[in-house]
Design a protein around this ligand. Structure first.
Ligand code: GTR
Length: 423
């Protein structure tokens, strides 16, 4: 059943390419960016000014509603009320040669027999045996076993997108996939800096294909209404449920949990951070369209293109703006602003034009007035910095050398930022 669905999504994607063109014919020419007017961040919907920190919670609420209604979809009330049950299924104290502990936690729906299960992996420095430490929480693309080669990490058995390297067969991961995403998850570096790392496979929450919202947690919550969540909303919800657990875990300081995500999962970390103010620090790594990049620039991936290729990511209202982006009541500088006054970091990669690095920088910059309401400095510069030159005070930004990826350079900056703002 699942298998045939996964093949039909491949067909949908091919069709999508035929309809809206390919990455090759996207616009990458700055001079062809259309003239645009952005919705005003510091103005209430009735036109009155947002002038003080006291005004911010109300404006924040307005923006959150607008993003729910027009972009990511509202989280259904039933999902907001749901708490998961946590069970520790494995705990070892000799991870990374003894400098860390590793624990696996299964999160399930109380009373739902054979329902979805979310598998959280928590790796913590030795110090966390005696006192809680700050943590990074992020979803992964290829299963917990892909982030580190230690064979004790349980191999994910859930549906997985096919890959080019033969690591996934019949939509299931193989043993060969162990540690294959390790370059994106520098576990030792994170542990050595005194942080815990918690991660979960995003497909545990909602398998990443357009199945009409029947599998993953949708099996529990039912088919969404037109203005309710798509997959990004579901993945974000999963991050909040993992945070529920981390807050209760004695190894982790629940008030110091950063949420991190790359690409589609960067869009997800932003939407999670927007909705759940318990996240202390939010990181968007190369999140691009539907993440940090301004929609109205239509540079690289556009709203029309993303809604056609990935009809299950956003809500059903978002595609109504495909050919009329100027009518969208929000733009992505406002999703960044929803993190205020907490620290946020937006990162781009020089060869990742598809994600529109300049559009990502402009969002960080144009969101910064929200921090100024609190007497804080946001990104603190007017011009986009040079390559590998991080900037920012409470809103961090860099564009690093290289392609669409997560590297040690990115993590190094996030750890420095966390040391400054969270630790
Ligand atoms: C691309 C998509 C991007 C980005 C990326 C990823 O195909 O166009 O928006 O999300 O996938 O998640 O790797």
């Amino acid at each position: 059943m699942m298998r045939s669905l996964s093949f039909s999504i491949a067909a949908t994607c091919t069709l999508a390419f035929a309809v809206v063109g390919s990455a090759q014919d996207a616009n990458y020419d700055e001079s062809k960016v259309p003239a645009y007017t952005l919705p005003e961040l510091l103005k209430f919907e009735d036109g009155s000014p947002v002038a003080t920190a006291e005004h911010w919670p109300k404006r924040r609420q307005e923006l959150l509603e607008l993003f729910g209604e027009h972009v990511y979809g509202h989280t259904p009330a039933k999902a907001k009320e749901t708490k998961l049950e946590a069970k520790v299924t494995q705990a070892v104290t000799d991870f990374l040669g003894g400098k860390a502990s590793m624990k696996e936690v299964t999160l399930t729906f109380p009373g739902v027999v054979d329902g979805p299960a979310l598998h959280l992996l928590v790796i913590a420095p030795k110090k966390a045996m005696g006192e809680p430490v700050p943590a990074f929480l992020g979803l992964n693309f290829r299963g917990n076993h892909s982030i580190h080669a230690d064979p004790r990490i349980t191999l994910s058995e859930n549906w997985m997108r096919p890959d080019k390297d033969g690591l996934v067969i019949d939509n299931r991961s193989t043993e060969k996939a162990r540690g294959t995403s390790a370059s994106r998850w520098p576990v030792e570096m994170i542990i050595d800096r005194g942080y815990a790392l918690a991660t979960m496979y995003y497909g545990d929450i909602d398998p990443d294909f357009d199945d009409g919202f029947e599998n993953g947690i949708h099996a529990v919550f039912g088919k969404p209404k037109a203005n309710e969540w798509g997959s990004i909303g579901a993945w974000s919800w999963g991050l909040s449920r993992a945070l529920d657990y981390l807050i209760l875990d004695a190894q982790v300081d629940g008030a110091k949990v950063a949420v991190i995500g790359h690409s589609r999962l960067g869009k997800t970390s932003l939407w999670a951070g927007a909705q759940d103010q318990r996240f202390a620090f939010i990181i968007s790594n190369d999140s691009g369209c539907g993440g940090a990049a301004l929609n109205r620039r239509e540079f690289g991936e556009t709203v029309k293109r993303i809604n056609t290729s990935f009809p299950h990511w956003f809500n059903d209202r978002f595609p109504t703006y495909n050919d009329n982006i100027g009518a969208l009541p929000v733009d992505q500088h406002e999703i960044i602003a929803l993190m205020a006054p907490r620290p946020v970091y937006v990162a781009s990669a020089a060869e990742d034009e598809w994600a529109d690095p300049r559009g990502e920088f402009l969002s960080a910059k144009l969101a910064s007035p929200a921090w100024e309401l609190f007497g804080k400095v946001g990104v603190g510069v007017d011009e986009m910095p040079g390559i590998d030159q991080p900037v920012g005070d409470t809103v961090g930004y860099h564009i690093r050398t290289g392609k669409h990826d997560v590297t040690d350079f990115d993590w190094g900056r996030y750890l420095d930022f966390a040391d400054r703002h969270v630790k």
